[in-house]
Design a binder for this molecule. Sequence first.
Ligand code: HSE
Length: 359
Amino acid sequence: MKIGLLGYGTVGRSVAELLTQLDCGIEVKKILRRPGKASGPLMTDSFEEILNDPEITCIAEVLSGEEPAKGYIRRALEAGKHVVTSNKAALAADFASLIELARDKDLRLLFEASCGGGMPWVEGVKKAARLDEITSVCGILNGTCNYILDRMERMNLSFEEALSQAQQLGYAEADPTADISGTDVRNKAVISLGVAFHTDITRDFPVAGIQYLTKDILDSFHARGKRLRLMLISQRRGELYALGVVPVVLDAGSYEASIRDNFNFGRLTGDIVGPLSYFGQGAGGRPTADAVIQDLISIRNGCAENAVLGRTMIYDPAVLHGTGYFPDEILPGKTLAELVALAHEKQTFLAFEPEVLEN
Ligand code: HSE
C-alpha cells in the first residue's frame, strides 16, 4: 500500500522513519510539508499532487490544528482514499459528518492515534461498543498535563519547568495552551464518547484545565494524602449522559494517581464486559506513530471497521456531580457544569471530586 503523509512534525517524522525501517508493506510515496519546508524527493507542498496520485490509496494525516487538516481529510475521502488521522482537533470539529462521509464512500476513517497516543484506546472502545452498552468512559488522556503534574509532585519542578520539559520531549501541542487548558482532552472526549455512545456528543460540556495550578495548591492536596490528575470523566444513565474535563482529586494510593510521565490511562465500563482499562504512552513521536501504523495495517489487511454513530442521546449535566475545590472554598453537592462555570468566572483553579461514578 502506498500512502500520502500529511505533516512532518514529531509524529510525521516517526511514521516515515518507522515505515522505512519496518518491513510491513506500506510505503510513503509523498509527504506534504508547508510551503518553503518541502525538500527531498518525497516532499511536496501541494496537497493536490498527493490527492491526484492514483497509486496513493490512503492518506495519513498527522498535522495539528483544525484547518487545513479537516479540509484535507474531507477531500481525501471525497477522492476515494482511506484516511488515518492523529489529529483530534480536526476530527472533533466535524466528527459525525466525516464518519458519515467515510461510510457513504465505503472507505475507512481510522483515528487510533488521536486519543491516548500508543494506547489502543479508540479501537478498544470501538470494539467494546459493538457489543456492550457502555455506561462510563474515564481517563487520563493528555500526556503533557500528566507529565507536568507528575514532575511537579515527584521532582518538585515548577509548572513552567515541567511544561518546558514536556515541550522538549515532543509531548506538547505546537501551542501548549490546548494541552494545559483542557482543550486537547475536550477533543479526545468528543471522539472517545462519540465512539462509546454511538452519538455525536454535545460540544457544550464543562472543561477546566491546569493553567491556574500552583505548587502551593498541589502541596495543599498532598498534605491531605491526595493527588491530582487532569481527566475526562463521564457518566451515562440510559439515554442521559454527562461528561467533563477537569483536574480530579484522587487518593494518593489510587491507580490513576500512580500514572507517571507522559503515560495515559483509559477505562470504560460495559454492561457485559464490565470494566476494561488501557495504559500506555499517551504522547510522543514513536508511540503515536505506532498507533498510526497500526491503523494503516488494519486498512491494508482489509479488517478495519468504521465507528458507528447515529444514536440520539441527551446531555444532562445533572448526571455528574460532586465536590469542587477552589483555592479559597470547597463547594459540595454541585454539578461539574456549575463548578466549571464558577471557575471560569473567577479565573481560578478548580479540582473536582466526583461522587462515586456509577457503572
Ligand atoms: N499534546 C498531546 C498530549 C499529544 O500531550 O497528550 C498527544 O495527543
